[in-house]
Design a binder for this molecule. Sequence first.
Ligand code: PEP
Ligand code: MG
Length: 568
Amino acid sequence: MENGQGKRKMLTLLGKGVSPGMAQGKAFVYKDVLLRDSERYLIDDSQIDDEKTRIKKAIDDVRKCLTIDAKQIEGKLGKQSADIFRAQEAILFDPQIGKEIKRVLETQMFNAEQVIRTVFRVLARRFRDLDNEVLRERGDDIDDLSRRLLLSLAGIHAHSLEKLPANTVLVARRLLPSDTVFLSRSSTVGVLAEFAGPAAHAALLARELGIPCIGGIPDLLETVHTGNFVLVDGTTGTAVLNPNPQAMERHKKASEEVRKSRETMAYVNSVERTVTSDGIEVSVMANVRSREDVELAMQCGADGIGLFRAEPFFLSTKHLPSAKKFATFLLESLEPARGRHIDVRLLDIGADKNPIYLHLPPEPDPSLGRRGVRVLHEYPELLDTQLRAVLEVSQEFGIGILIPMVTVDSDVLHIVSLLQKFSAEMGICRLPRIGAMIETPAAALSIASLRTHVDFFSIGSNDLTQYTMAAGRENPLVAEYFIDDHPTILRLIELVVRESGTTPVSICGELAGRVDVVPKLLKTGIRSLSVAAALVPDVKFAVRKIRKESFMQEKTDNETNHGDCRKQ
Ligand code: PEP
Ligand code: MG
């Protein structure tokens, strides 16, 4: 660490490896603009007018952006969505706020950033202390406004992760999906996060990109500084800060071994089928989100694309993309997998994934609120765009369409009827395969009925675990309850396979990529797995080592273990 005394001290940081692999690079410490406190300084009388002018300009900028956003959203998604911006605009027009800003500036004599931070923090707290639930949620609007103003004051119009230099090790307290959409293998070689369990979106994304990631490192932002050199071992969950030559040498050797064994496995995968040692064939596909991922998946010998996640594409644009744009993106991304099995999932947003142009109102329990297909029902333009795009793409690639967060039959029926309508309009005779994500206990227990409406199922074990174990996947405080291989989850998976009859079932949650659990999954009857592209070689290797008797033996364990989750 740069300790100010000229000497850099080597330090080993321990966390949990949530995406395997080895990397080395320079740290970039990412702080949310609301968490930064660097721009705080005292001013004198002669500077007051300058700071007032800066604040006025920032308010004008933000107002203009809010007006434009409101208009565009109203045209695309209706008044309800646009009202969120109008409510934020109204707050900025409130003369009381103007007075308070002036008072704080003139009495406390701090710079504009600090004044905005103080005024809006107090205001947000006032809202959050109210009894009325709706008004309490306005606290988020205040935070959002504060963030917009601070960004405008800093002259920032782009996301700070948009242009990271090559060989960056990204260091963050927590990464949200809107942050992670800017991650790319070409710049980010590793990720260290203070909060990131295996099912956190940041971890998931890192695995998909093949970027090593370590979560759960305490006091990370206090320890690592931008520019520090870091070694990352995402398999063991160890990072070394300012390594000495011996540590560098050890890391180099280990990286070389990982690289060689991956190359060997990738070769075997591309030429051999994946069959257990006593003849059971298993399909191992990849979860992807971009052309880069699809290329990696093909290099790793994936049998197809079991889950194409559309969220990063929709989260990375400022305005709702057109059907044409989405179709072009899909056609370009899927090209390397031409001729393979491909399943594209409709947008699964809500909870913490919130495209800027939708401005979904905050909800008291986001993960139990409007997510996935529930959001699609409410924003017809968002849904139509995707359905028209996937229908167009299905003419080129024989894709399947996955519906996220299905709970009841009508979630599926609504999409099916729209697909029929649009395909008739577009003159398409052959409908794509339609699949339901099984991510809620309700869906898992309704397979007999759901299967009459769809062509295949894909089990999302991340959400299935969250909703079955009643443990938020992003909440480190209940991580001990988030047990995705708990006997309860395996029983649900077994039930889905059994009740699905001849309807194909695949599993695409993180559980599918856990080589230690693959025998248990095969025991439930699962024969198709979809995992992060970089994990395909390891999973195929694990399958080939399995003998039927060994996973049949698991039966006894799965059926008898109902113990306290903490003892797992
Ligand atoms: C899942 O829930 O397991 C899944 C694959 O979907 P996501 O992780 O994108 O929510
Ligand atoms: Mg899910």
